[in-house]
Design a binder for this molecule. Structure first.
Ligand code: ADP
Ligand code: MG
Length: 494
């Protein structure tokens, strides 16, 4: 079957189909003969040895209106209508038409659904537009075809500027076609927060404000990269510190407005989950273990970008709990990293820590943390902690925290018969966690997807990668989309 422009010899068949299929068809032979030779009209036919359908469109400046579209009743539901529409749109784009318009009867649900599926939106309703004897309202519908064509071209050359500012890292990245990192720059505020022993939110916002222009200048100075080739701008919409999120969002919206490109809000946790995809594409269904400063979660991904949290910490996040224990051990912030550096790949005598029993695939850290706090206090009352005691406590806590995560993760994998395991989040930098999860996946013959070390903690490349997935499923956001400190991961792919 081919779609082609109508010719005089097709006129009789077009009229026959129109009269058979359409309620409001008034074309005469002389009208159609005129339309076929008139540059302000486009008439296409679907030709499968005989004419099986047609579309007729009238052009008026930047607008075009569909006068009629009909498919023979024995050839409906085969995608012929869509093919006619797409072929016509190609020509309309060449003729610089911006909007394609049409009216459809309220009662004609089949046609309404067809237009909706093909990207038309309802702009208004005209009551009683169609006269007796078939009195009905008209739904006026519109599709912005130039915008859609522009978006297609953009996707072919997709270059995303991604912005991350949810906590204490200001980060920008340029990600090409959802896979290639052209630039990935992070300005960490760790040093500035160290004197407070943790992240001081107000200071984080102020530092993002200072860092963002520096990072932008750096991107603009790159030799092999032209800032004006950016096709989309992405930003971390949440979860995170409210003030910190705002700064990234304002930067993103300003640049996207200036470059006149679409904007994508990304969930930070989805970013952590997908950081490993820079190494190799994921397989589904998969279970993701997100272990970071603010989150510890087991997430089920039935397919790409579908998230269901099936287990989580009932109190502190693992990173947060590690940071607190480290502080008691007089280790610098961020404590998880300091504990890892202290312990390395060594093993030390294990201290006795309480066993935690939590329902389902959930975990808990506060009980062990309080127990360790009392223990350290007792030790300190005897005198300064020795290196040996410090190492022993750090090793035991790290092991018991991480073992708890892994135990639940692998029970869930077994229960749900899932063989693809994803690791993500700042704590996934931890040497013991990386080694253990690798060994256990090998033993069970599971596929493991794990981010490279430099993409474990907060970065913007992971935000760019998720943004690319959202662009592919048409999930761009409006310019007035707010940030959200508690953004829900489960709605990310919807
Ligand atoms: P969030 O996204 O919640 O802000 P990040 O993903 O930036 O958190 O992770 C930061 C957390 O990761 C901190 O709690 C830090 O202590 C922890 N962390 C970083 N490196 C390591 C490591 N090597 N071992 C254990 N924890 C680590
Ligand atoms: Mg993070």
């Amino acid at each position: 079957m081919i779609i082609r422009l109508a010719e005089t010899k097709d006129v009789k068949s077009i009229i026959a189909i129109g009269q058979k299929v359409l309620l409001d068809f008034s074309f005469k032979e002389e009208d159609l003969n005129k339309y076929i030779s008139d540059p302000a009209h486009l008439v296409y036919v679907a030709d499968d040895k005989k004419i099986v359908g047609f579309i007729s469109i009238r052009i008026e400046g930047e607008d075009a209106e569909i006068d009629a579209i009909a498919i023979n009743s024995d050839r409906q539901h085969q995608g012929i209508g869509t093919q006619l529409l797409l072929e016509a749109i190609k020509d309309l784009v060449d003729k610089n038409v911006i909007n394609l318009l049409l009216d459809v009867r309220r009662k004609n649900m089949q046609a309404f659904r067809f237009y909706k599926k093909n990207g038309f939106t309802t702009t208004s309703i005209r009551p009683n537009y169609y006269p007796e004897p078939n009195l009905d309202d008209a739904f006026c519908m519109k599709k912005e075809i130039i915008k859609q064509e522009k978006e297609k071209v953009r996707r072919k050359n997709e270059i995303i500027l991604a912005i991350e500012s949810s906590c204490d890292e200001s980060a920008l990245a340029i990600v090409k076609n959802g896979k290639e990192i052209i630039a990935n720059t992070v300005d960490t505020q760790i040093k500035e927060h160290q004197k407070y022993g943790g992240v001081y939110p107000e200071l984080a916002s102020r530092l993002h404000l200072q860092n963002m222009p520096k990072l932008l200048k750096y991107l603009m100075s790159l030799k092999d990269f032209d800032f004006t080739t950016i096709t989309h701008v992405a930003f971390t919409q949440g979860p995170g510190l409210p003030g910190a999120l705002q700064i990234g969002s304002v930067v993103a919206k300003t640049i996207a407005s200036y470059l006149d490109v679409p904007l994508i809000g990304v969930n930070h946790l989805a970013g952590h989950i997908y950081a490993g995809e820079f190494v190799k594409p994921y397989s589904y269904p998969a279970l993701a273990l997100v272990a970071s400063g603010g989150n510890s979660e087991i997430v089920l991904l039935k397919e790409s970008m579908s998230f269901k949290i099936i287990g989580q910490s009932l109190d502190d996040a693992i990173g947060e709990a590690l940071d607190k224990v480290a502080r008691l051990l007089d280790l610098p912030y961020p404590g998880g990293k300091a504990i890892d550096e202290l312990v390395g790949n060594n093993e030390y005598p294990l201290i006795n820590l309480p066993k935690v029993n939590v329902d389902g695939y959930n975990f808990s850290y506060s009980g062990i943390k309080s127990h360790v706090a009392r223990l350290i206090e007792k030790e300190k009352s005897k005198g300064p902690l020795t290196d040996k005691t410090k190492c022993s406590i750090a090793y035991s806590v790290e092991k018991v925290f991480i073992d708890q995560l892994l135990e639940k993760l692998f029970i869930a994998a077994k229960d749900l018969k899932i063989k693809n395991i994803i690791l993500g989040g700042g704590v996934s930098a931890n040497s013991y966690l990386r080694k253990e999860i690798t060994n256990r996946c090998k033993a069970s013959r599971y596929n493991l997807f794990i981010p490279p070390l430099e993409l474990t903690t907060d970065n913007a490349a992971m935000i760019g990668l998720v943004a690319s997935k959202k662009i592919a499923i048409n999930r761009m956001c409006k310019f007035d989309t707010p940030t959200s400190a508690n953004l829900d991961l489960e709605i990310e792919g919807e």
